[in-house]
Design a binder for this molecule. Structure first.
Ligand code: URA
Length: 226
């Protein structure tokens, strides 16, 4: 239990038990194979750190990747406490934002939730704010809404998406799916525009509120139901 929650290695857990640092219902644990309910366990007198799981809403800053592969650059996970970075199952992002995209990103160790929220079946709306390198033609609104826009290398056109043009080179786009680099590819395919900045403002009914870049807040594990 301690090793999966990122406290220490399995070997160290045995040492901690021997040293009397671990109690079960107030009584020092006898050996590391002893069964216990997580709520009854304490380490150095402290209750366990989120034994049931983690669900976090992160304001992803620019420059960090959602991958766990260090070769792709520093990951968003480096923003979390070390212990959470060592948990097993690992804490992972729900879908991905590009290295150069900022905004709302969910992180969790609950893999059924990742599958549920990323499945196209559930159509969770994701709202992006984009600035582009040229004036956006008004016809883009109907094209994005039509469900006919086909991206390079895809078999299926993009699902209908809602575009609001906010300024000549700025728009809000709501997607219900998450193809690779979808926002950037949609603007490129539809009018040749390059996205210069991209920020995710909303996911379902969640927004960042006043959360600063690089900061996260916890959500209840049952936030999206069970
Ligand atoms: N679409 C993109 O192109 N990039 C993102 O990070 C998210 C959506």
């Amino acid at each position: 239990m301690l090793a999966s929650l990122g406290y220490c290695s399995r070997r160290e857990a045995r040492d901690w038990v021997r040293a009397g640092r671990v109690t079960i219902s107030g009584v020092p644990a006898q050996d590391s194979a002893q069964k216990a309910l997580p709520a009854a366990v304490r380490v150095d007198g402290e209750p366990l750190d989120h034994p049931a799981g983690l669900l976090l809403l992160l304001h992803k800053p620019l420059g960090l990747v959602c991958s766990h592969d260090g070769r792709e650059g520093p990951g968003v996970y480096s923003l979390l406490p070390d212990r959470w970075q060592r948990r097993n199952p690992i804490v992972t992002s729900v879908g991905r934002l590009d290295k150069e995209t900022s905004g709302l990103l969910l992180l969790t160790d609950q893999s059924p939730l990742v599958h549920r929220l990323t499945s196209p079946k559930h159509k969770v709306p994701k709202v992006y704010r984009a600035t582009v390198d040229r004036a956006l033609p008004g016809e883009l609104v109907a094209l994005f809404a039509s469900g006919t826009l086909l991206l390079d290398g895809e078999r299926e056109p993009c699902a209908p998406a809602e575009l609001r043009i906010l300024a000549p080179r700025e728009a809000q786009l709501t997607l219900t799916e998450g193809k690779y680099h979808q926002v950037r590819r949609m603007f490129a395919a539809a009018c040749g525009a390059t996205v210069l900045s991209l920020h995710r403002e909303r996911l379902g009914d969640l927004t960042l509120g006043g959360l600063a870049p690089g900061k996260w807040r916890e959500l209840p594990l049952d936030y999206f139901g069970r």
